[in-house]
Design a binder for this molecule. Sequence first.
Ligand code: ZN
Length: 214
Amino acid sequence: MFLEKERKKVIEIARRASTEKLVPLTFGNFSLRDKETGHVCITPSGMPYMTLEPEDIVVVDTDGNIIDGKRKPSIETPLHTAVYRKRPDVFGVVHTHSTFLTAWACLDGDLPCITSEAASLVGGSVKNAPFAVQGTQELADVTSDTLGNDKAVLMANHGAICVDESIDKAYNNAVVLEESAKVAYLAFTLGKPNLLSEQIAKALQKETNENYGQ
Ligand SMILES: [Zn+2]
């Protein structure tokens, strides 16, 4: 099967997101860009993640044309392909509706940078893209524009997307940011938290990129 390993990887991430409660039911969508062909493997529209088979994953090009697969691709395919077109460094896109990130996305303004682990990954606060209807080109445009060169962006009254150089890293960003959104909620409930400045957040991110891991 064409891009079988990559299709299996997308299913693995979608199932983890479902098990770890970053998406309810069939919401959210997940994709990776294959480094060799440049094609995008993306989850199908409205299918339960636990029973997905590799042939259910749809292969599209970065303009959204179907290259391989018999399913209808995610309705947010224009969002994923817009990100890949604008960001040559991105090879994984994870769109979640996780509870705390979505709660922050329902407020005016950004998710403040409050934990050092979030700062280490995304290097600052997470911007909130203007509201647009799901599945539209407008949503794809405003979300990918607001994302800019960041690793995550909130989608107003909807959810969030996280991106990175692999779908594994994009998924990790989604988990860490959901935790950070939860901590931010608790800290703001308890009182007036000390926020990390953009300067400190950027320094933490640089330190992590250079020194973390084996
Ligand atoms: Zn969504």
